[in-house]
Design a protein around this ligand. Structure first.
Ligand SMILES: *[C@@H]1O[C@H](CO)[C@@H](O)[C@H](O)[C@H]1NC(C)=O
Ligand SMILES: *[C@@H]1O[C@H](CO)[C@@H](O)[C@H](O)[C@H]1NC(C)=O
Ligand SMILES: *[C@@H]1O[C@H](CO)[C@@H](O)[C@H](O)[C@H]1NC(C)=O
Ligand SMILES: *[C@@H]1O[C@H](CO)[C@@H](O)[C@H](O)[C@H]1NC(C)=O
Ligand SMILES: *[C@@H]1O[C@H](CO)[C@@H](O)[C@H](O)[C@H]1NC(C)=O
Ligand SMILES: *[C@@H]1O[C@H](CO)[C@@H](O)[C@H](O)[C@H]1NC(C)=O
Ligand SMILES: *[C@@H]1O[C@H](CO)[C@@H](O)[C@H](O)[C@H]1NC(C)=O
Ligand SMILES: *[C@@H]1O[C@H](CO)[C@@H](O)[C@H](O)[C@H]1NC(C)=O
Length: 291
């Protein structure tokens, strides 16, 4: 990664820690991964093809699908890109997220031929190779809520059953667009909320494989924690004991809206990264504690 990107990264980490003193303690989104093996030169056609491709994504971001893939250019300078918006957000929020993050990824990964950025409401990816309709599990990013659960066995069982029903919904309900979110009672006083989503260019079986693999990582990253987030290029999962998505938009007719308790501020999370395949490595390992 270029030194300027590292500097930008550290600056934003400092900024978030400062912000979290006064506002809700949210993970310092967006997160990104640059491929550091595939540089382009500024005078090649790749950057202008990428610019055109991002423009297509932005123009198509209000299509209502929350997903679009596009490409521009020829041969080795061809640029491929796609976006995925969280299933419960409006087309206009989706477009704003795509616009901001397609600019941000260029700032964070200057001259890189392949990169991915994950924000709270969307993901943007690009490469100089076709990334469409391929299930990719790397790079992978874990985040977890630093607060511990009080009854780990019950929590685990409840979470496993909720995740399993969401995966089933995401890959079988034809209208689900490979997105499902829902909640269940955890205790008399608490509910557990979760969300799963794949890029809808995957086959149903690849979506299921990506999600099941991510769920299998929960004990690795997030054992005994009240919340966890696992981000991959092809799918993402999240769970928390507070609402972090719009229940009305997320699960029409499936789960009754949670009893109207205001959602508590998001607790701080810690982050840890793992770059399993060779193409990417997430350089930053950032931990931050509740303040
Ligand atoms: C890519 O560019 C970065 C910064 O400009 C440089 O540090 C790195 O060595 C380059 N990598 C390759 C494979 O050329
Ligand atoms: C992508 O760029 C890298 C680095 O320039 C190159 O080695 C690779 O062959 C390119 N991939 C494709 C599919 O053109
Ligand atoms: C494309 O490049 C132009 C000129 O540099 C810039 O203003 C615009 O923001 C770029 N578009 C995207 C989607 O990055
Ligand atoms: C969507 O993107 C395609 C190129 O991929 C472009 O031709 C089309 O005009 C875009 N749609 C809109 C509504 O701009
Ligand atoms: C999106 O990807 C699919 C699958 O690879 C491809 O058939 C389609 O042409 C792509 N769409 C655009 C606008 O490039
Ligand atoms: C959670 O539990 C671990 C291990 O028991 C402990 O080290 C940590 O301080 C606890 N975290 C919080 C936020 O209570
Ligand atoms: C969930 O909890 C609420 C309030 O504690 C209770 O009224 C409701 O019946 C519970 N639902 C299920 C399915 O157990
Ligand atoms: C990317 O850069 C990091 C740090 O410079 C290095 O440790 C890693 O091996 C590089 N990754 C690849 C795939 O070359």
């Amino acid at each position: 990664m270029a030194p300027s990107a590292l500097l930008l990264l550290s600056l934003s980490a400092i900024l978030i820690i400062h912000l979290s003193l006064t506002t809700a303690q949210l993970p310092p989104y967006p997160f990104h991964a640059c491929s550091n093996t595939t540089n382009y030169t500024s005078n090649s056609a790749f950057p202008s093809n990428l610019n055109l491709t991002f423009s297509s994504l932005i123009a198509n971001a209000t299509n209502g699908d929350g997903f679009y893939n596009a490409s521009h250019g020829q041969n080795s300078d061809k640029a491929y890109a796609l976006f995925l918006c969280r299933g419960d957000i409006s087309p206009s929020s989706c477009q704003t997220c795509i616009k901001e993050n397609s600019e941000e990824i260029i700032r964070r990964c200057p001259n890189q031929k392949e990169a991915v950025i994950w924000d709270t409401e969307c993901m943007v990816r690009y490469a100089n190779r076709s990334i469409f309709s391929r299930m990719e599990e790397s790079p992978e990013l874990y985040l977890w809520n630093v607060n511990n659960v009080s009854d780990p066995d019950h929590f685990k069982a409840t979470l496993a059953s909720l995740m399993s029903s969401l995966v089933t919904r995401a890959v079988t309900v034809s209208s689900s667009n490979m997105f499902a979110a829902g909640d269940v009672n955890l205790t008399l006083f608490n509910r557990l909320y979760a969300l799963v989503q794949c890029t809808p260019d995957l086959s149903l079986s690849d979506c299921k494989k990506c999600l099941s693999g991510s769920i299998g990582q929960i004990p690795v990253c997030c054992d005994g924690k009240q919340g966890g987030i696992i981000l991959r290029p092809s799918c993402n999962i999240r769970y928390e004991i507070y609402t972090f998505y719009d229940p009305a938009a997320a699960a029409p007719g499936l789960s009754p809206p949670a009893t109207s308790s205001p959602s508590p501020p998001a607790p701080a999370s810690s982050t840890k990264s793992s770059g399993k395949l060779m193409i990417f490595e997430i350089l930053s390992v950032r931990f931050y504690s509740p303040l």
